[in-house]
Design a protein around this ligand. Structure first.
Ligand SMILES: Cc1cc2nc3c(=O)[nH]c(=O)nc-3n(C[C@H](O)[C@H](O)[C@H](O)COP(=O)(O)O)c2cc1C
Length: 180
């Protein structure tokens, strides 16, 4: 079975973005081997330590390298993706061998994206995320879901509307076709 790695751009315990990824996992886990990347402990990118043997960095790079695709769900922070996600992507984008960018684990990866945010539904964050992913020569899934929380902002859990459920299923289907 092919491997899908979910990456939530929110470290929040009750994150709506993580909740949406879990809904996608429920749809996909019969077809794909799904797991979630844990990366809250990785250090900030700093070129002084870039080629040090950092166990958490080795682990996240290996998990990304071993996956056939990743699904990034990001909140929108000030019209962009979150800072923790940017820091992770900076680590994943750097070469394992100095100067040889083809060795970066994110390079050429198949990626699905989603966002749960305020009124913009995370459209600014998704556009900026796609811009960065294109820099890494990633193939981005043609379907993507953006959810505007509206009145659900303070709800304990994310309850999807019927239309959102349909859109999520369509993105899952498009991802499966990408992996065929
Ligand atoms: C620092 C910060 C900036 C934010 N900026 C935006 C924004 O520009 N557009 C938007 O739609 N929502 C914005 N939000 C709202 C978040 O996108 C929203 O709370 C989202 O649900 C957080 O994701 P999570 O539930 O996965 O943690 C912002 C929230 C924070 C904390």
């Amino acid at each position: 079975m092919k491997k899908l790695l979910f990456i939530s751009g929110s470290l929040r315990k009750d994150s709506y973005n993580t909740a949406l990824l879990k809904e996608a996992e429920k749809i996909l886990n019969e077809s794909l081997n799904c797991s979630f990347l844990s990366y809250s402990e990785i250090p900030y990118m700093n070129q002084d330590i870039e080629f040090d043997e950092i166990p958490s960095i080795k682990r996240v790079r290996k998990e990304v390298e071993d996956s056939d695709a990743i699904w990034i769900g990001t909140p929108e922070y000030n019209h962009s993706y979150s800072g923790v996600l940017k820091n992770l992507m900076d680590w994943l984008s750097r070469p394992l061998v100095a100067g040889d960018y083809s060795t970066a684990v994110i390079r050429g990866k198949k990626v699905a994206i989603s966002s749960v945010a305020g009124s913009s539904s995370g459209s600014f964050a998704r556009e900026k995320l796609k811009e960065m992913l294109h820099l890494f020569s990633c193939t981005v899934c043609e379907k993507e879901i953006g959810i505007s929380l509206g009145k659900r902002f303070s709800d304990a859990t994310l309850i999807l509307t019927e239309e959102e459920k349909r859109n999520l299923k369509m993105e899952c289907q498009a991802l499966l076709e990408m992996l065929d």
